[in-house]
Design a protein around this ligand. Sequence first.
Ligand code: SMG
Ligand code: MG
Length: 368
Amino acid sequence: MKLTGVELRRIEMPLVAPFRTSFGTTTVREVLLVRAVTPGAEGWGECVADASPLYSSEYVDGCADVLRRFLVPAIAARPDLRPDGVAAVLAPVKGHRMAKAAIEAAMLDAQLRLDGVSLAGRLGAVRDRVPCGVSVGIMDSLPELLDAVDGYLDEGYLRIKLKIEPGWDVEPVRAVRERFGDDVLLQVDANAAYTLADARQLARLDEFDLLLVEQPLAAGDLRRHAELARLIRTPVCLDESIESVEDAADAIMLGACSIVNIKPGRVGGYLEAVRIHELCRAHDVPVWCGGMLETGIGRAANVALAALPGFSLPGDTSGSNRYYAADLTEPFVLRDGHLDVPTGPGLGVAPLPHRLEEVTVDTEWIRF
Ligand code: SMG
Ligand code: MG
């Protein structure tokens, strides 16, 4: 494809409420957007890195730097590069998967708009809407948590995920079960806040029939996840540990997880995400689509991915209003617990120009 240039654009999106996890609290989502410009179309990619390297080693300034200095120049040097060749061209640069995913997504969007094909169609989607869950942050008190869960169930969310950490695990889960009953699909996410020495505490969650416990231990620790999986009944799901299809293969083989959270940014892009989906499907390992508090740009792509056949559990694909009073695109609205998969070419959505202007804090144009 003939790129005329790439824009790196920083935006700041205030959240409707602070979102607290075991590693920190977000009140404003700082997002790096990548815009790939061709003579016939432009495409958008959302980088999912946070402002600080706490979820993973990547962070917004680092992503902008590696894009500017290494990734975009490598792509500029290959004038006929198509989106499905991007990963191989960027492979000599180690790591930096979130940054790589963002430029690949922008090029994919531009190419698909030129071709008149939707991202969902390109990835192999088989559904026109996807079932949605919601991720509920750590709160200051149980009554606050129960109010939040009550509100989300009222809105129609089909699955609740509670963020947990040592000191906030069994009690919030028990409180939600007691108040809302055993039929609610419920799962927890520790963001690596425990060690294997906490196995006994984690086993106390067994009685609550959770769908899964997500990333209880450190990202690099597949072996101990496998040990933990033998000590507790709740299925172990991995998020931070899975950065590639090879990681997923290792985790499945070791018995480190029986479910995988697929986040395209974490694994280096939507095309790698599809490969992980295929591997998991071949092994009968259910997958679901994770979330990184995306704006409508990243959300559109996630919803397209979540429409693939192996995504058999509701994802963290919440409506726009879960995080933003005003989204960057036309908002994604929950209907009957589902979001519609966009059908237009590429992402099927684009930033609303006035909204984009309002939230932009910096732009940088790299001419080819
Ligand atoms: O987009 O709904 C969302 C966020 C879902 O909990 C969520 N994401 O570990 O799965 C996870 C977290 C990572 C982001 S926390 C700032
Ligand atoms: Mg997670």
